[in-house]
Design a protein around this ligand. Structure first.
Ligand SMILES: [Zn+2]
Length: 195
């Protein structure tokens, strides 16, 4: 047969099969050369194209989020914030109206002339009181609260152990403040009344 008379190489080469690692190597080489070609083309065309490509690559990696989903989430956050604001405003209004006297809750039959504040001495020597009716917190730090400490009470004051601080004022100020102690966190009560 004439084919057998041809050189053996022409028959062998088309039948050559590649194993997996050989194929991987061939593909890697092809990709590398394509990348080099692309890079050199970009270099020739100037930095602008490279920037555009980089930006496109970056954007392709950012997962798509439906703008409506973002809008809904914002609306839910706003609603939750508004609910919380009203809740705090209502609490604030309740505290403003409370006489801070024992038996001043609507469920009590008689109101007594004694203070409803349960008083506690912190380890920083700051004295705080919490109204057992409205949960208002008073502090010896605030001059406007001192009058409440003067009202007679049947509550026995409690006290933490005592600690010595390098700077007692810093220790007192580092206490986490409650809502009604933070002037800036208090929502406007009047805006709720009108609703
Ligand atoms: Zn009260």
């Amino acid at each position: 047969m004439p084919s057998k008379e041809q050189t053996p190489e022409t028959n062998v080469i088309p039948q050559k099969s590649f194993n997996y690692s050989e194929l991987t190597e061939i593909v890697a080489k092809a990709v590398a050369s394509a990348q080099i070609q692309l890079a050199s083309t970009l270099a020739q065309q100037g930095d602008q194209n490279a920037k555009v490509l980089a930006e496109a690559l970056r954007e392709s990696k950012t997962p798509y989020v439906d703008p409506k989903h973002i809008e809904n989430e914002k609306m839910m956050r706003d609603q939750m914030r508004e609910t919380e604001r009203r809740k705090r405003a209502a609490k604030r209004a309740e505290q403003e109206a409370c006489p801070h006297l024992q038996g001043s809750s609507p469920e009590s039959a008689t109101t007594l002339p004694y203070s409803s504040f349960a008083v506690h001495v912190l380890d920083s020597s700051e004295v705080i009181g919490i109204c057992t009716n409205c949960q208002k917190i008073i502090s010896s730090r605030r001059p406007e609260d001192l009058r409440w400490f003067k009202v007679k009470s049947t509550n026995v004051r409690s006290a933490a152990g005592q600690r010595t601080f390098y700077d007692n004022q810093i220790a007192i100020k580092s206490r986490q403040m409650m809502d009604d102690e933070l002037g800036t966190a208090i929502p406007d009560v009047t805006s709720v009344e009108g609703e």
